[in-house]
Design a protein around this ligand. Sequence first.
Ligand SMILES: NC(=O)c1ccc[n+]([C@@H]2O[C@H](COP(=O)([O-])OP(=O)(O)OC[C@H]3O[C@@H](n4cnc5c(N)ncnc54)[C@H](O)[C@@H]3O)[C@@H](O)[C@H]2O)c1
Ligand SMILES: [Zn+2]
Length: 391
Amino acid sequence: MERILITGGAGFIGSHLAERLVAAGYAVRVVDAFVPQVHGEGGCSVREPRGAWLERAGAEVMVGDVRSPEVLRRALRDVQGVVHLAAAVGVGQSMYRIADYAAVNMQGTAALLQALLPAQRVAGKGGRRGREPGVRVRRLVVASSMSVYGEGAGHCPACGPVTVAARKREQLEHGDWEPKCPHCGVATEPAPTREDKAADPRSIYAISKLAQEQMVRCFGQAYGVPAVALRFFNVYGPGQALGNPYTGVAALFSARLRAGEPVPIFEDGRQQRDFINVRDAARACHLALQSGISGTFNIASGEPVTIAALAEELAATVGRPLRKDRGGAFRIGDVRHCLADTAAAAGQLGFRAEVPRRQGLGELAEWLERQPEVRPVQTAREELRAFGLGG
Ligand SMILES: NC(=O)c1ccc[n+]([C@@H]2O[C@H](COP(=O)([O-])OP(=O)(O)OC[C@H]3O[C@@H](n4cnc5c(N)ncnc54)[C@H](O)[C@@H]3O)[C@@H](O)[C@H]2O)c1
Ligand SMILES: [Zn+2]
């Protein structure tokens, strides 16, 4: 039986993936540090402590930090494939916890790749000179993010396809939200973003995700291991940490709606995103493991939605009235639009999103009903303001 290691496997995407891979007949090992921001102090605010649900599902759970060579040595025993999901996840927070984000995401990936190599052999000893060093695994998959693009592909009504630059603070302070054409200055429209668009990471988080995917791809090429980087768009669904103020917008909005609190919508709410259900995200990881190819792929639904429309859809699904926060607030570094071109994932991985958003949001609402009330916190926004990063 093939054994797969999922780093960060007790997290949102990792839990779904672990359950999926066990069901598909893999032996699954999870290594996770159970960081309190995701799992709650001393356990887990949303699910049971210490990955009990994963053990029940048939996965092996190891508590440990991916930066530790000793933890990795044990975690990698008899493993044929690795899905590397462990990361500090939060765009805004990464801008003032720079060292933590770089350490967990970049050093974590470096330590993992190092641990995949056998201990240094002295050339000539045992007649091994000139032989392949024998990397421990046959498959590598790493979670990357749409954030590596910065602003998604743009289209100018006059000039056609254009690359749009980051919006300046002054523009945002004037409530002028749309990115402008670099040639004629006219407001641009979003277009589907292909994987070959030049990366333009705008946060320490995004830089660390780009570094992670490049390190894994580079390692894969050098040692002949098929390596896939999956650029997830906004993943949503049951199991998303509700008490984590840095978490995805769907979980945050849902928690607010449930608590009868206003939903914080930045800018004018017309920014477009692509929401991909967590079951689809897990299936994409599974396909990447099976594929035996190397590449970088957008993992998205291909059906963009504005943030304001998403808030309406969530309110309707949760069955609570939508109260919007004062509009016009913004965050430095936020992307206006990012839509995915999903053709490469479809053509090369055979991945197409299957869960319609309506159904996915219904499942999220159903799951929410069964969760203990979690008080959403203001922390994230206050911290951004304290560092002069919010408006
Ligand atoms: N959720 C999204 O919308 C989204 C979008 C793009 C990319 N991603 C990426 O997908 C991956 C999984 O994200 P998620 O949404 O499941 O996040 P998550 O926070 O739910 O899961 C991450 C897991 O990693 C663990 N972890 C953190 N630091 C660790 C360390 N040093 N050692 C071991 N474990 C550690 C955490 O305890 C957590 O269980 C991440 O790499 C993230 O960057 C997620
Ligand atoms: Zn133009």
